[in-house]
Design a protein around this ligand. Structure first.
Ligand code: ZN
Length: 380
């Protein structure tokens, strides 16, 4: 089988995007769009455009032709065409062209600006499942101002309801505290004391935002108890994260403590610590990882990131994700750059005689969809 045939096989693979957010619910102008194609939350400096980046070039290369423009169309023409089509049509075209058969949607961040689970299913025609953020569930409960002694029971009720139809849970302890935490399960008295402090702060007008390491650890352990695959944000993200505290190796002791639970732990993104994540996925049977987000933002270099993700981890432990949020360009690129990178990397190994082409296709199918179907128990 030639490299072209391998690429053609990869192009028709119906992917499962196991960590993704909704596409934009309404059209945005160029300035707002540029702020959505970077993990920076700062204003774009006036001396530059965010389109002059790997992801910006990839958008003009791969998305412009799908919108009826030449590849590398100039930004002004691209945004004029986008506005002319409208977001509903842009979503239909780009989500449709991504070849993603199922989305596992994290609905916990700025849900008002993006499509929800039914909206994403309607826009894409693909099956769409929900991942529930543990912190959001606790914050929803805290906003109802229960007593500190009632918070745990109320949280468990709310989590049971919120996850009744969900396929996984998610923790953003990386954002709120980092991974240098006491790995032990916090005791009931410790949790009640932390709840008292937090609820009192809310009563005094403080934000309903859980950042106590005790409560964040409580949530992690509750997520493990729930038994659904538990996703953790790892590594690369916006500046709300302190990246030096997000190396997944810092989770090692906690991973050992939760191993016997049988709950799969899904390390998301992981860049630039994806090699460390690959190590954890090799040594711990319950640990999985992906390199989503890093693929989009490395653009033409994403094949190198993909190659590095195929080092230590057994191929049954790696998953595909885009981590797209907002512009459907990011949903499209997550899938397209992954297919491109896998074809380049696996094709080279086949050409060198190191891999058989049958194994290359089998491994791409595992990472692109089958591993997610197995771990999350998907039936559609
Ligand atoms: Zn995400």
């Amino acid at each position: 089988m030639s490299t072209e045939q391998l690429a053609a096989e990869l192009d028709t693979l119906r992917l499962v995007d196991h960590h993704v957010h909704g596409a934009l619910a309404s059209t945005v102008d160029r300035a707002a769009f540029e702020e959505l194609i970077t993990e920076s939350d700062r204003p774009i400096p006036p001396f530059m455009t965010q389109l002059d980046s790997q992801v910006g070039f990839a958008i003009r290369r791969h998305c412009a032709p799908l919108l009826g423009l030449p590849a590398f169309a100039a930004p002004a023409g691209y945004f004029a065409r986008r506005a002319e089509l409208g977001e509903t049509e842009v979503n239909r075209i780009l989500l449709g062209a991504s070849g993603v058969g199922a989305y596992l949607l994290d609905t916990g961040y700025r849900g008002d600006a993006i499509l929800d689970v039914p909206g994403m299913a309607a826009a894409s025609g693909s099956s769409t499942h929900e991942i529930v953020r543990l912190e959001s569930v606790l914050e929803a409960v805290a906003a109802r101002r229960p007593g500190a002694g009632e918070l745990v029971a109320a949280f468990r009720d709310e989590l049971a309801t919120a996850t009744a139809n969900a396929v996984g849970t998610k923790s953003i302890i990386a954002y709120r505290h980092g991974f240098a935490f006491d790995p032990e399960r916090p005791g009931p008295a410790e949790v009640t004391k932390a709840a008292e402090t937090w609820l009192a702060q809310i009563d005094r007008g403080g934000p309903v935002r859980v950042s106590s390491p005790v409560l964040l650890r409580f949530l992690l352990w509750e997520g493990v108890d729930r038994g659904l695959p538990l996703q953790l944000h790892v590594g690369y993200g916006d500046p709300d994260v302190d990246l030096d505290r997000c190396d997944p190796l810092l989770l090692t002791r906690w991973l050992k403590l939760v191993e016997s639970s049988g709950t799969p732990i899904m390390l998301l993104h992981c860049y630039p610590f994806h090699r460390n994540a690959g190590y954890l996925a090799q040594v711990f049977p319950h640990v999985y990882f992906d390199v989503g987000l890093g693929i989009n933002y490395t653009g033409a270099r994403s094949d190198a990131v993909i190659a590095e993700s195929l080092e230590l981890a057994p191929f049954a432990k790696t998953l595909f994700s885009s981590d797209a949020w907002g512009p459907a360009e990011l949903h499209l690129l997550g899938a397209r750059l992954w297919r491109r990178g896998m074809a380049k990397v696996l094709g080279a190994w086949v050409d060198e005689g190191e891999w058989s082409s049958a194994d290359a296709i089998r491994v791409a199918t595992m990472i692109g969809r089958e591993n997610a179907i197995r771990v999350y128990g998907l039936t559609s």
